[in-house]
Design a protein around this ligand. Structure first.
Ligand code: TYD
Length: 199
């Protein structure tokens, strides 16, 4: 039987990695095999470094780097795990690019989607959990806010709005959660939404 592909999205500091870890543990407790993964870097590790080293990258180059990483991630990690029947939980995926490079940096969504068809082979998550929170709160939470502060608060407002629009356009895939709630409460909601999908 084919596995199930789930993603977590949201601003830096929204608590995605904590929720991803708790979700993988929940699935394992249910006797399911969970594969925890993340973007950027799970496909082509040097891409992560290149992105962090070069802060003046054009949005186009940035998007193509994320896409190269994603192309490898889909082919070498996600699809093989799904074929083995595993539940793949990814901390970020294509929606991060649509929100950050599209809505945040202003690249046309149509271009992004065109490249994404090639990069992802059309693979879409079954459910995407959007951990929504105000950018001011997100910045307060991150350990190293320097890099993010340089991007500026208006950028993160655009990213947040972008995420919410993506969610509105695909209500059957997205679950929008209030990430200002305690982590256990957020996790309980994620689990409740997944119950109908569990075997
Ligand atoms: P992430 O690994 O989530 O950040 P951190 O190492 O701080 O936990 O992602 C690194 C940054 O890359 C983050 O600010 C979001 C951004 N990003 C994009 O802009 N587009 C993308 O497609 C992805 C996957 C990430």
């Amino acid at each position: 039987m084919e596995g199930v592909f789930l993603t977590l999205e949201g601003l830096d500091g929204a608590g995605k990695s904590t929720q991803a870890r708790l979700l993988a543990a929940f699935l394992e407790e249910r006797g399911l095999k969970a594969r925890l993964t993340r973007e950027p870097g799970a496909g082509l590790p040097p891409v992560r470094e290149a992105l962090l080293l070069r802060e003046d990258l054009s949005p186009e180059a940035e998007y193509l780097l994320f896409s190269a990483d994603r192309a490898e991630h889909v082919r070498k990690v996600i699809l093989p795990a799904l074929k083995r029947g595993e539940w793949v939980v990814s901390d970020r995926y294509l929606d991060s690019s649509l929100a950050y490079q599209g809505h945040g940096r202003g690249l046309p969504l149509a271009w992004l989607l065109e490249v994404a068809r090639l990069a992802t082979l059309g693979l879409r998550p079954r459910r995407t959990f959007l951990l929504d929170l105000p950018p001011e709160e997100a910045l307060r939470r991150v350990k190293d806010p320097d890099r993010l502060e340089r991007l500026g608060l208006p950028f993160f407002h655009r990213v947040r709005e972008g995420y919410l629009r993506l969610a509105e356009a695909e209500p059957e895939r997205f679950v929008v959660l209030d990430a200002t709630k305690p982590p256990e409460a957020v996790q309980a909601e994620i689990q409740a939404h997944l119950r109908p999908l569990l075997p």
